[in-house]
Write a protein that binds this ligand. Structure first.
Ligand code: ADP
Length: 153
């Protein structure tokens, strides 16, 4: 089973969308194995968005990401990285397909409600960036046998 990181960004909290969006992931069958709320600071944001550090909008993203707390969530499931990215939709809300989270809840290139890891390698790095081992939970979920077939477990 893969694990991936989702961040509910400050716009999700301000717009009271956290419960609704978490429900989308839960309904899909993804398992919540870690969750915490925190203010992301400069160090964390410089690391997390290092691939954008030379972009003109970089200071703006950081200001936005520090404007309110975020909720960080680790989701587990078969092909979780690809599945969660697909559920989130493309970066810009105004381009994201209806039915995706960004397509349904965002009209912005910046305020796009959620972050999702873009590969298994990034997921491992991002989960380790925000979560200690003891903050991630292994447990049996009672619907497991109805979410996966025998050969998918
Ligand atoms: P994604 O979040 O889809 O993986 P990126 O890693 O390219 O996309 O960008 C990270 C975040 O930076 C985006 O989710 C968005 O909040 C912000 N962002 C990306 N491009 C722009 C832009 N042109 N203007 C403002 N903010 C942007």
């Amino acid at each position: 089973m893969e694990r991936t990181l989702v961040i509910f960004k400050p716009d999700a909290l301000n717009r009271a969308l956290v419960g609704e969006i978490l429900h989308v992931f839960e309904r899909k069958g993804l398992k919540v194995v870690g969750m915490k709320m925190m203010f992301l600071n400069d160090n964390l944001l410089d690391e997390h968005y290092s691939h954008l550090k030379n972009k003109p909008f970089f200071p703006r993203i950081k200001k936005f990401m520090k404007s309110a707390p975020s909720i960080l969530c680790v989701l587990e499931g078969n092909n979780a990285v690809t599945v969660v990215r697909a559920i989130c939709g493309v970066t810009r809300g105004y381009e994201a397909a209806p039915g995706t989270i960004r397509g349904d809840y965002s009209l912005s290139g910046q305020c796009n409600v959620v972050h999702a890891s873009d590969s298994l390698v990034s997921a491992d790095i991002e989960i380790a960036r925000f979560f200690k081992d003891h903050e991630l939970f292994d447990y049996e979920k009672i619907d497991f046998n109805f979410i996966y077939a025998e050969d998918e477990k």
